[in-house]
Design a binder for this molecule. Structure first.
Ligand code: C2E
Ligand code: CA
Ligand code: CA
Length: 560
């Protein structure tokens, strides 16, 4: 059965040869189950640092038995896996499992010269020889480094290999950038057409990036996010513009999408690739793209914006204590009479140092930082108190809508608080309404949207905000019985300008009425818009034409 010498690997028989060819195995060996002896058919001799055999003392080579081979590698196994490794790789254990399942497979993590590797051990019974097993050890680290779906690097593989490539590129003579991409509209494609279509969009994006940006290296970090390094000359305005006008076509399915980019200009090697990726991503997420462009280059603005968001997040708790958050109230009037029928509460932050900050600036930060639900709870409590005080003083009260973020529906403590408020506070159900934007609703998972049903069952009116701004407006109306539909400002802006928008407004009002909902038009600023909406049978009007959002005291005076 061979002389057990690695240097003179035995000629291999057909079955084993196929297995060897199928993958880059570290080694393939035979095991005689009668005496535990082993011999090698094949050893993958990687001569670079990290090779399995490099650190094994030469007098130990070759191991003559499976138990000795196992013990030899024991020291490389990460400490937390050493015990099970020694226990599991016993011949009797292997035999028992092969008898039961036909094969024995275990993965173990090992460290060689500081590099962590995933090694897979596999044992089969030899098809022809009764007392022989075939054993394999192979490296599956690349399963972690490689993105098998797109056949590009995965995160770790990209970062490691990009570091290496940067060493070789003439970055002091030529200009290179690292690009992070995000497919805008990806989720909608997944939702509308299914995951397979989503996958096709990822392939399409990969191909476009390969052709247009000619990367020297590319990887996919996760979902729809690619990252690549390319020469600046390939990041021309023309190339970047082409990325924004993409169409996904498959049979009757068609959908426009945009590939957004964050760009980090590489100058020097003092920034690690991991950091470059973070910065390019930050640029993409910063929303600092101007002039309708869909790429942002990382620069000081991006950094300052990021720092500001971090500052806002860290200032939040103190601001709550100091009472810097205020509820503002924007009256909503009946289209027929012009009388205030209800109100929307909008948060404002009177920041100690930065002055008045609008929600557009801090709400996204709080949403990603997780603090939004604390703020929204504050708003709910504030509105309740406002109404309760007025009711006690026998003053007029009107229903008030509070804005809830998508994140709020996953915050059980806020949801429980609301259920409690609605169940136990006398007029809460009539006077505190819930507003949820169309895009937030579309993103809610079942257990989260169940809360809306509960509130509705308790008698709370639910408003659908920004109707018509999202991707799945009609299905949103189909999926939940909203009491009030708020027509998005974008449509109102087009009254008197675009005939199609007018037709959409008119039909949406009819559609909502047919579904048993009333309609608020928001962002109404002119007499012309008001007249048109009245003619269309719109029920309520919100906008600067009547009222701007007012501080509590002013709104209280207005109500009288
Ligand atoms: P939204 O819910 O769609 O609120 C309407 C926004 O349009 C408000 O901006 C309001 O001040 C503004 N607006 C009202 N009428 C007009 C008009 O005639 N013309 C123009 N140009 N604008 C008008 P604001 O207060 O800056 O709020 C922005 C967004 O921030 C809100 O959009 C809402 O999504 C969010 N938000 C505001 N308060 C809260 C809150 O307490 N909690 C949460 N989660 N989000 C909030
Ligand atoms: Ca709103
Ligand atoms: Ca709105």
């Amino acid at each position: 059965m061979g002389d057990n010498n690695i240097e003179e690997t035995k000629p291999v028989d057909g079955y084993v040869w196929d297995m060897v060819m199928a993958n880059g195995y570290d080694c393939v060996f035979g095991v005689n189950v009668d005496d535990d002896s082993i011999w090698f058919y094949h050893v993958y001799e990687k001569k670079r640092a990290g090779s399995v055999y490099e650190s094994i003392p030469s007098e130990e080579l070759p191991p003559k038995t499976l138990s000795k081979f196992r013990d030899l590698l024991y020291d490389f196994v990460v400490s937390e896996e050493q015990e099970p490794y020694r226990e599991q790789l016993r011949l009797d254990n292997i035999l028992a499992e092969i008898k039961e399942r036909g094969s024995f497979v275990r993965t173990v993590h090992m460290t060689f010269v500081g590099e962590r590797k995933s090694k897979c051990y596999k044992f089969f019974a030899h098809p022809d020889k009764e007392n022989v097993l075939i054993g394999f050890v192979y490296d599956i680290s690349s399963a972690v480094d490689h993105d098998w779906m797109t056949d590009e690097y995965a995160r770790l593989g990209f970062i490691e290999n990009a570091e290496r490539i940067l060493e070789e590129l003439p970055i002091d003579k030529e200009h290179y950038s690292l690009v992070y991409t995000n497919i805008k509209g990806f989720k909608a494609i997944n939702d509308l057409f299914g995951e397979q279509s989503g996958d096709m969009v990822i392939f399409q994006t990969r191909d476009i990036l390969r052709t247009l940006l000619k990367p020297v290296i590319m990887g996919r970090l996760e979902n729809d996010h690619f990252v690549l390094i390319t020469k600046d000359e390939f990041l021309s305005e023309h190339a970047l513009l082409s990325l924004t006008n993409q169409t996904y076509n498959e049979g009757f399915k068609q959908y426009d999408f945009t590939i957004r980019c964050g760009i980090y200009r590489i100058n020097g090697r003092d920034v690690s690739v991991g950091k470059m990726v973070d910065r390019a991503k930050l640029a993409e997420k910063s929303g600092l793209d101007n002039a309708g462009r869909s790429h942002v280059v990382y620069n000081d603005d991006v950094r300052v914006n990021y720092v500001k968001q971090r500052v806002l997040i860290s200032d939040m708790n103190k601001a709550l204590e100091l009472g810097e958050f205020k509820a503002y109230y924007q009256g909503i009037v009946s289209a027929k009479t012009g009388q205030i029928a209800s109100v929307e509460a909008l948060v404002r932050w009177k920041h100690g140092k930065l002055g008045m900050i609008s929600p557009g600036e801090f709400i996204p930060a709080f949403e990603s930082g997780g603090q939004i639900s604390v703020l929204d709870r504050f708003m709910v409590d504030r509105i309740l108190e406002f109404n309760q005080t007025r009711a006690r003083d026998c003053k007029l009260i009107v229903p008030c809508a509070v804005n809830l973020s998508r994140i709020d529906f996953y915050n059980t403590s806020l949801m429980d608080h609301l259920v409690d408020v609605y169940s136990n506070t006398s007029f809460a159900t009539d006077y505190v309404r819930i507003e949820v934007t169309e895009s937030a609703y579309a993103d809610l998972e079942k257990n989260a949207s169940d809360y809306l049903n509960r509130f509705k069952d308790l008698g709370v009116k639910i408003l659908l905000d920004d109707y018509g701004s999202g991707m799945s407006s009609l299905s949103t109306l189909e999926n939940f019985s909203f009491d009030i539909v708020k027509l998005d400002m974008g449509f109102i802006r087009k009254i008197g300008i675009q005939n199609k928008a007018e037709i959409i407004i008119k039909s949406t009002i009819e559609l909502s009425h047919a579904l048993g909902a009333t309609v608020i038009a928001e962002g109404v600023e002119t007499k012309e818009q008001l007249d048109f909406l009245r003619d269309c049978g719109c029920d309520y009007i919100q906008g600067y034409y009547f009222y701007k959002p007012l501080p509590e005291e002013e709104f209280a005076q207005l109500l009288g």
